[in-house]
Design a protein around this ligand. Structure first.
Ligand SMILES: *Cc1c(COP(=O)(O)O)cnc(C)c1O
Length: 218
């Protein structure tokens, strides 16, 4: 991460450790080395870890698809939700964020390569969704998240990262609180950093292969 950021002349991004399917002990071990922010895909699985590790004061990000019927629990337990991709979810998260907690940090997930297999809104839908989030006092619009397609062709991968960076720059110019462009995983984080990612989401490269490889991350 440091090398990629230095080469690009950018500040180092934040590291989100993606701990889906990893046991609580693995999260605790990484936390003991100073890692604070962890990403989870499944609300129920995450809540068990959040409760078990509550004394450590970690920061929890939901990065998986969020069903509306899980929005209440997500709004109560997470610090960030990176997978907001429709107005209904904005309303549900805002309605259920407890007043006793800081506003929920929210990223708009963009399906930047228009893949059928991925969630996320279209690039065209970003302005309206961002405005809806910014209008909610119980939510804090922090930026954008994407999972670009792993095209074999590097130029095609770079185009997706660049389009995300353009969308992000437009949003940051409009909303002063927007500071986060979440993109890049184990296989492509150096490229994502080169194209302006301010947060990378890394699982396998930190923890090794996931215990249950059959589970689809989305
Ligand atoms: C699983 C996952 C990651 C991490 O993937 P790795 O290849 O293990 O680094 C990042 N982002 C999302 C949305 C994921 O589901």
């Amino acid at each position: 991460m440091h090398n990629a950021a230095t080469a690009a002349g950018r500040p180092p991004p934040r590291l989100l450790a993606v701990s889906k399917t990893q046991p609580t002990e693995a999260v605790a071990a990484l936390a003991a080395q100073g890692q604070r922010a962890f990403g989870e895909n499944y609300v129920q699985e995450a809540v068990a870890k959040i409760e078990a590790l509550a004394p450590l004061g970690l920061e929890w990000h939901l990065i998986g698809h969020l069903q509306s019927n899980k929005a209440e629990l997500a709004a109560q337990r997470f610090d960030w939700v990176q997978s907001v991709d429709r107005p209904k979810l904005v309303a549900a998260l805002a309605a259920h964020r407890p007043d006793t907690l800081a506003p929920l940090n929210v990223l708009v997930q963009v399906n930047i390569d228009d893949e059928d297999s991925k969630h996320g809104c279209t690039p065209d839908a970003v302005p309206a969704l961002a405005a809806a989030i910014a209008a909610e006092p119980r939510l804090c619009l922090r930026g954008l998240m994407a999972i670009p397609a792993p095209w074999p062709d590097a130029a095609r991968r770079q185009q997706a990262f660049e389009r995300m960076h353009g969308l992000f720059a437009g949003l940051a110019a409009r909303y002063p609180q927007v500071d986060t462009l979440s993109m890049g995983m184990s296989s492509d984080y150096p490229e994502a950093i080169a194209h302006g990612a301010t947060m990378v989401r890394v699982g396998t490269a930190l923890f090794g292969a996931r215990p249950s490889p059959n589970k689809d991350p989305s």
